[in-house]
Design a protein around this ligand. Structure first.
Ligand code: KIV
Ligand code: ZN
Length: 390
């Protein structure tokens, strides 16, 4: 089982291949899933949710092969609160060195109405299914789907049942991205305080980003005592997506002064896996996406470029190398200043006197007014018609 003995260690549970793949249009092929699972394992993800084995033959085959190949990550499969789902899930994950069964049921009033179970009937179903899962596997995660809209007393009751029946991780999903950071923290604190046996299991937080608060909610839950964050690469996931792995990992690194927790993730692998997930899912990363967007380490304005050239810390709170990029991208455009132009031209091998720089700068600005982005070739062309150095 995963080591949760260190109180400042936060486990990273990646669900790109399950919740991420549930985004309409993000389906990945068998070999693409194997590739992404391999990259997740290599970067130090603690638990990989590899799929939903009952959903299709393809999902079953992918989860089974990922389980066989995994080197260090725990391999988890998802199952509804049904015996047949759980058996199928176990058949797929049992090949892993470290398998996990994740079973769930919707516990909020809206979700209870779907299978038409009353509170007692649902509690009984939870007892049967968690017990069944635990008889198959010693690592069982249970989730009350839509936990953030479930009545507190009922949530405490069903969490207690799941713990008594052997669940080792209790995941608290904010299924529709409805909660706010303060509530996310209060919910975990409340469960830790009220549920007998809560201090013996790991609480996980699973947030969706419908109101753009998934990262904040996940971190608030950790501050309140959750020790597993469920997330996806690039925040891929249904509707507005899930908590982005790269955001929580880097937030815990950069702001370790106020959030003294760490993960086992090798952050220098972030950029590569982000690009691969974007490519195989067909979901491009927005330019201004935190950490992995094309512009996350790019600077165009003259004041920023000048500051960056003097001391990168003026406008960057982390180094591009920290997430696997080779360098900050100084983008030449109409907002760029003289210092950036000189530095860029020097990197291209041109030594400029002050008058020559003045002349090139005027022509560079005129070009930048006509053209959105100025490439190295444009600058070289400008230099061909430059005045001689004085
Ligand atoms: O968002 C959710 O509630 C889920 C569960 C299956 C954990 O993805
Ligand atoms: Zn989800």
């Amino acid at each position: 089982m995963t080591d949760t003995t260190k109180q400042d260690h936060v486990l990273i549970f990646d669900t790109t291949l399950r919740d991420g793949e549930q985004s309409p249009g993000a389906t990945m092929t068998h070999s693409e899933k194997l590739e992404i699972a391999g990259l997740l394992d290599e970067m130090g993800v603690d638990i990989i949710e590899a799929g939903f084995p009952i959903a299709s033959e393809g999902d079953f085959a992918a989860v089974s092969e990922i389980a066989r190949n995994a080197k260090t990550s725990v391999i988890c499969g998802l199952a509804r609160a049904q015996i047949g789902d759980i058996d199928r899930c176990w058949e797929a994950v049992k090949h892993a060195k470290r398998p996990r069964i994740h079973t769930f049921i919707g516990t909020s009033p809206l979700h209870r109405a779907i299978p038409n179970l009353d509170m007692d009937q649902m509690a009984e179903r939870i007892e049967q299914t968690v017990t069944h899962a635990r008889n198959l596997c010693d690592n069982v995660q249970w989730s009350p789907m839509d936990a953030t809209r479930t009545e507190e007393d009922y949530l405490c009751r069903v969490v207690e049942i799941a713990i008594k029946c052997g669940a080792t991780t209790i995941n608290i999903p904010d299924t529709v991205g409805y909660t706010a950071p303060r509530e996310s923290a209060a919910l975990i604190s409340m469960l830790l305080e009220r549920v007998p046996g809560a201090d013996e299991i790991t609480f996980a937080t699973h947030c969706h980003n419908d109101l753009g608060m998934a990262t904040a909610n996940s971190l608030a839950a950790v501050e309140a005592g959750a020790r597993q964050i469920e997330c996806t690469i690039n925040g891929l996931g249904e509707r507005a997506g899930n908590t982005a792995l790269e955001e929580v990992v880097m937030a815990l690194k950069v702001r370790n002064d106020i959030m003294p927790f760490h993960t086992g993730i090798d952050a220098t692998k972030i950029m590569n896996i982000s690009r691969r997930v974007a490519a195989v899912s067909g979901f491009p990363v927005q330019f201004n996406k935190a950490i992995v967007g094309k512009n996350a380490f790019a600077h165009e304005s003259g004041i920023h470029q000048d500051g960056m050239l003097k001391n990168a810390e003026t406008f960057e709170i982390m180094r591009p190398e920290d997430v696997g990029l080779t360098e900050t991208n100084i983008v030449m455009g109409k907002h760029s200043g003289r210092a950036a132009l000189r530095s860029k031209l020097e990197n291209l091998g041109f030594e400029l006197g002050d008058n020559q720089l003045k002349d090139v700068f005027v022509r560079f600005k005129a070009l930048a007014d006509r053209k959105k982005e100025i490439y190295d070739d444009d600058l070289i062309a400008l230099m061909r018609t430059a005045t001689d150095p004085e």
